[in-house]
Design a protein around this ligand. Structure first.
Ligand code: ZN
Length: 405
């Protein structure tokens, strides 16, 4: 039984609730379940408290409506927000506290017609090291990725939706560089927000409200003599231009960018007014990334997948494969899954692909060239994990959309 439900059960009336204890209990439950976010949202008759665990929202408990204003008031105090403001969105950070397992909170409050919707993102700010080998990358990907991060210059891009493991992969790459070079390498980051504090790396957090934007931070950072620069995300033309320039002038730059596919990052950057020849000469590789839930080893069972799903697979693959799923048990909270593993697609910007980028070829053409040049796709790598019984076919179909086939 979770702390929150236990606490609610133990009190006689809602007037007796110590709101600080209730909020701490919700956070402790989230930390215990390894959740990334807490959703507190007014529905018609209750406020469900939901946790995002391994990328999926699950219910922790339901609370009565009369507690919503007190919970939001408490979180506003913790995150230093305006307590009487209920009509406008607000965002803030609450520092880590031993009262709630030393996690840092990023609180976002959004007005809805039924009251304020609250989403809390949890961060573990403790010094932590990250390991490239433990991400579960395919061996081909890890070799190529290691090769390009060890080059003295160039721009490396990671691509995938929110929550696909991009930050963890970048932090692991930076930790790998620190391990191999020690104090002889200068690494700086500009992030929004800093998610973990890394040893021997200068990390800065942009603040748009104070005018400390990505472009401003990066222009100053270039005068700080860094060898490696990590940019949290490229999302505007100015940041894109500086990232490309830095990659061309003797810096190793690593960043993330949103686009609908790995090969689509070139079109995205051309839309940001970057000249194709600059992209072709600066970008050394693009890593597409997704996370797949792994089948719970405790309740793993052979299964016959949905026949409709099977039509997407080659017949020989279906004949040779034993499909598995998790039927749900106590140790996986009846989800059938336990933990996640990365699935990747590594696009190496070689000579032939560079030619295609300069010619502004369509994304599908660039993708075909990459495949001809030996790129194993997200889909191929994912179904290999199905064949090894690591994940289920349903999970692959849930995460990898058809245009990535
Ligand atoms: Zn299980």
């Amino acid at each position: 039984m979770d702390l929150t439900s236990n606490y609610i059960r133990a009190i006689k009336s809602f007037e007796q609730i110590d709101i600080a204890v209730l909020v701490n209990n919700i956070i402790l439950d989230a930390v215990h379940q390894k959740a990334s976010d807490i959703h507190i949202e007014p529905w018609e008759s209750t406020i469900p408290i939901r946790l995002r665990v391994s990328g999926i929202l699950c219910e922790l408990t339901h609370l009565p409506h009369e507690l919503l204003d007190r919970i939001s008031g408490r979180l506003k105090v913790m995150a230093d927000l305006t307590t009487y403001e209920t009509e406008l969105p607000q965002e803030g950070r609450a520092p880590a506290s031993p009262d709630y397992a030393n996690v840092e909170l990023r609180v976002s409050i959004f007005p809805t017609v039924r009251g304020e919707k609250i989403v809390i993102r949890l961060f573990d700010p403790n010094n932590r090291s990250f390991n490239l080998e433990s991400l579960g990358f395919e061996s081909g990907t890890i070799d190529e990725f290691r090769k390009i991060i060890n080059q003295p210059s160039g721009l490396i891009l990671l691509n995938g939706p929110t929550g696909s493991g991009k930050t963890t992969a970048i932090y692991s790459a930076l930790c790998h560089l620190i391990e191999s070079h020690g104090p002889t390498i200068s690494i700086s980051t500009v992030e929004d927000p800093v998610e973990f504090n890394l040893p021997m790396i200068s990390q800065s957090q942009v603040s748009n409200s104070r005018g400390f934007t990505y472009p401003k931070a990066l222009r100053s950072l270039m005068r700080q003599d860094p060898e490696v620069i990590m940019i949290g995300e490229i999302r505007d033309p100015d940041t894109a231009a500086i990232a490309v320039q830095a990659g061309l002038t003797g810096h190793m730059v690593i960043s993330t960018i949103h686009s609908d596919s790995t090969a689509g990052v070139f079109a995205r950057l051309i839309n940001m007014k970057i000249e194709p020849f600059l992209l072709a000469s600066s970008i050394t590789g693009v890593l597409g990334l997704r996370l797949l839930r792994t089948i719970c080893s405790n309740c793993k069972t052979e299964t016959k997948p949905n026949p409709e799903h099977l039509t997407q697979l080659p017949e020989s693959f279906v004949n040779e494969t034993t499909f598995y799923t998790g039927i749900g048990c106590e140790s996986c909270s009846q989800t059938g899954y336990h933990g996640r593993v990365a699935v990747t697609e590594f696009l190496n910007t070689n000579e032939i692909l560079r030619e295609g980028i300069i010619q502004k070829l369509r994304t599908s053409k660039l993708r075909n060239i990459a495949i001809e040049q030996g790129m194993t796709t997200l889909w191929q790598n994912a179904i290999a994990k199905v064949q090894r019984g690591v994940t289920s076919l349903e999970e692959v179909i849930r995460i990898i959309t058809v245009n990535q086939l």
